[in-house]
Design a protein. Structure first.
Length: 108
């Protein structure tokens, strides 16, 4: 059984700029955590990213919908990780907000 969480982050960047910043943020996350992930995949279809991540013997899936004025992030995780829901929601909102900031410059 999986648990689903949804985070919405507002922005005023428009779809193209927001999508570019989300893509850069995802690339940075993958670089930052490459040694902790068994696998990670990101597949873009227009303005939606489907993610698959495996770590510590567990797999999670997520979808990021880039809209004109917000991001909608939905994550499906194994029930065993349900206790971390609040921490995961907070981290997602924080990281997405950082990626969308006007002065954001991905490390690299």
């Amino acid at each position: 059984m999986q648990k689903s969480i949804v985070v919405t982050v507002s922005h005023d960047l428009g779809v193209e700029t927001a999508r570019a910043r989300v893509a850069a943020g995802l690339d940075q996350l993958r670089r930052d955590y490459v040694d902790k992930l068994a696998h990670s995949e990101v597949a873009w279809t227009e303005n939606a990213a489907d993610l698959k991540v495996g770590a510590f013997g567990h797999n999670m899936q997520a979808r990021i919908d880039v809209l004109a004025d917000s991001l909608r992030i939905e994550v499906w995780m194994p029930w065993i990780l349900a206790a971390l829901t609040g921490r995961i929601q907070s981290a997602l909102a924080d990281r997405a907000g950082q990626a969308l900031r006007i002065d954001h410059r991905p490390k690299g």
